[in-house]
Design a binder for this molecule. Structure first.
Ligand code: SF4
Length: 693
């Protein structure tokens, strides 16, 4: 007789929606993954990527056994070894490096899983006890987080479950149809109820096509648009004076600052019309003044440029100027993650550090793997342990990243599901479990539910959870602290702080049964101020920024690479390139799932008809995209979705699955944002030519 059960799980991927899953398991085999219809934000719907999760889990190319490299680095040739041999080899190499200087060992990880247990818990304990270099995990969000936090104090904002009640939604720097689907459902509902949707994005994305209006500004100029909007709001008195007086600081200084951002200057900087600036401000401020809820959903596209932190800061000032926070459906959301009382100290145990090691920024891994020992840098990196990440595909300035990982003297261990671009450079490969095979607890950054993930099936082959790998390594390294014996359930039970009023009912056993639990947060978090900033107010003027050596007022920081800021460079490389997520991929995850890859076809470059004509490029031609850092090949799609002067390479392709073995990160740079030490992926000038065939 067939035994069938349905297991409650959580989508682990780097997506704001953190969906509640129901996994059907028949005789120990997962046969279907569906969205939980009872979970209020998932509402029974998954994106196309995760609705194919069984295809990914049982993929014929899953890594099922530990492997040792037998070919050259990058060749991807391995032989099977036992877990005992793999762990002994790793412990012995790490032990001998640590005896000289443990800082020569570097963990490299990000959000391959968003799980609090399989992400940074036992792994962090292990590296803390070892004294390894710390990793600054900046690759996605830290610029925006920093700008947002300087302004309103925490990554808290409009609750996803309120957006359907907004009357105006600015979708600023994101493409929710591809990467925030359950927000898009709410925005659609708002539209049905009469709301106006406006997309602000250099590219006419799937989302922008479906909004009432699309403002296609130049990449990296969002900060200027926000300044121009503030200018008009103040000049035309579309303000909530009572809110400004009671719940903000620095209005007079802001007023002086934005006086110079006339609609004409704004329009010229952003490459849009004066009418677009003025009408947007009038609509936003006018509706707010009429008592209508006006909301902004911004996303990380805004902040992947030189002035990305400031751009997020500037647009985060807007709701306080017009009093939009008074409504539950007003305000702004970049991330909701700051609402979660995550107990990182218990999970990660920074107290195991006996002295403070150096920190290496994951964004500059290309340069840092090639750096020699020096008094400033410390020891050269001798070992990298990669988990939940694929730096060969996703890190900027890819040729440098590849050169670093190709070092014969670098000992590289990769924990993975598949033979990614990074695995090809590993000395030892360890097979990791997928979300269906392990336990985890999750916060979210797009909604307010604590989530549980139960293991639905047994690990495939000899795959092990990340936690177990680090437990076993700790044992071999002789780490005796009892924390290295904590089980995954024990770790999950310490994921959230029980004493915190926001999670007053947090109980892991209950969460596992139910699957989710909403935080205890007010519907309109800043209706009466209460911003968690040093002043307790929304900070138009930020003394913290001044103390950190930054401009304390909203400002415009031009891109590193643009016609306006670097005309010499722009003569050689006149096209701005952005590389936002392809709909069927999630960063570099899912690229090897055939049905999803087929839906994307092959790497494309969207180019405006004027720019293609000027280069003799026709639709469907193979083109070479290049600058001083490198080049890659893609198929041209001639389309006015890309504004003139902009090219768009939807990403992130595995290099080995592209015809030239390269992807868009060949041309992106390792330069950092104004704040948050984050990458500037969308601050990239290139030239495009027909590729030799
Ligand atoms: S990737 Fe996002 S939308 Fe898709 S299932 Fe996961 S959380 Fe939901």
């Amino acid at each position: 007789m067939t035994s069938t059960q349905v297991v409650r799980a959580t989508c682990p991927h780097d997506c704001p929606d953190t969906c509640a899953l129901l996994v059907t398991v028949e005789d120990g085999v997962a046969t279907a993954v569906k969205g939980d219809p009872d979970h209020p934000t998932t509402a029974g719907v998954l994106c196309t990527k995760v609705s194919r999760y069984t295809e990914r889990t049982y993929h014929e190319e899953r890594l099922l056994y530990p492997l040792r490299r037998v070919g050259k680095k990058g060749e991807g040739k391995f032989e099977r070894i036992s877990w005992g041999e793999a762990l002994d080899t790793i412990a012995s190499r790490l032990g001998s490096i640590a005896a000289r200087d443990p800082q020569a060992i570097l963990p490299y990880s990000y959000c391959g899983t968003m799980g609090l247990v399989q992400g940074e818990s036992m792994s962090a304990r292990f590296f803390h006890q070892l004294g390894a270099s710390l990793l600054d995990r900046t690759i996605c969000a830290t610029a925006g987080f920093t700008g947002y936090k300087y302004t309103i104090g925490a990554t808290i904002g409009t609750d996803l479950e309120q957006f359907q009640n907004a009357k105006l939604i600015l979708i600023w720097g994101g493409n929710p149809i591809a990467s925030n689907l359950h927000f898009w459902t709410r925005a659609q509902e708002a539209k049905r109820r009469g709301a106006k949707l406006i997309a602000i994005d250099p590219y006419r994305s799937l989302t922008a096509e479906k909004c009432h209006q699309h403002i296609a500004l130049l990449p990296g100029t969002d900060a200027a648009l926000a300044l121009g909007l503030m200018h008009v709001l103040i000049a035309e008195d579309l303000l909530d004076h009572d809110y400004i007086a009671n719940y903000t600081v620095g209005f007079e200084a802001l007023k002086q600052r934005v006086a110079e951002w006339t609609p004409e200057r704004t329009a010229e900087t952003c490459g849009i019309t004066v009418a677009e600036v003025v009408e947007l401000a009038r609509l936003y401020g006018g509706m707010a003044k009429a008592g209508e809820p006006v909301a902004i959903r911004t996303n990380y596209g805004v902040q992947r440029v030189h002035g990305g932190g400031m751009a997020v800061r500037n647009l985060t000032c807007l709701p306080a100027l017009v009093g939009a926070w008074r409504h539950a459906a007003g305000g702004v959301q970049l991330s909701a993650s700051g609402g979660f009382p995550t107990n990182k100290a218990a999970l990660q145990r920074p107290d195991l550090l006996t002295k403070q090691p150096r920190t290496i920024n994951m964004t500059t891994i290309g340069d840092d793997l090639l750096r020699a020992a020096s008094p400033e840098f410390g020891p050269a990196v001798e070992a990298v342990i990669v988990y939940n990440a694929n730096p060969l595909a996703i890190a900027p300035d890819s040729s440098k990243v590849m050169a670093g990982f190709a070092r014969e003297d670098l000992f590289t261990v990769v924990l993975e599901h598949f033979q990614t671009d990074t695995v090809d450079y590993a000395d030892i490969v360890l097979p990791a479990t997928t979300q269906l095979e392990h336990v985890d607890a999750h916060s979210a950054y797009g909604h307010l539910y604590m989530m549980a993930n139960n293991a639905a099936i047994a690990p495939l082959g000899e795959a092990k959870p990340n936690t177990e790998v680090f437990r076993l390594l700790a044992q071999r390294m002789g780490f005796s602290d009892p924390c290295f014996k904590d089980s995954d359930d024990e770790l999950a039970a310490m994921a959230f702080n029980r004493q915190d009023a926001r999670a007053v009912h947090f109980d892991w056993d209950a969460l596992k049964q139910k699957g989710w639990q909403k935080l205890n947060m007010p519907d309109a978090p800043f209706a009466q101020g209460g911003f968690p900033t040093p002043s307790g107010k929304c900070e138009f003027y930020s003394a913290s920024m001044a103390a950190d050596g930054l401009d304390p007022l909203p400002a415009y920081i031009a891109p590193y690479e643009s016609v306006a800021s670097n005309p010499e460079l722009a003569k050689r490389y006149p096209l701005a390139m952005i590389s936002p997520p392809a709909r069927n991929f999630l960063n570099s995850t899912f690229v090897n799932v055939k049905s999803l890859r087929s839906a994307e076809g092959e790497p494309h470059l969207d180019i405006h008809p004027d720019d293609s004509a000027a280069r003799g490029i026709s639709d469907g031609d193979m083109v070479r995209i290049f600058n001083d850092r490198g080049s890659f090949i893609a198929k041209a799609r001639v389309t006015d979705k890309a504004r003139a002067g902009l090219v768009v390479g939807l990403s992130v392709w595995w290099k080995k699955l592209a015809r030239d073995g390269k992807n868009a990160n060949e041309v992106t740079s390792q330069r950092l944002t104004d704040m948050g030490r984050a990458p500037t992926f969308y601050d990239t000038l290139v030239e495009v030519e027909r590729a030799a065939t």
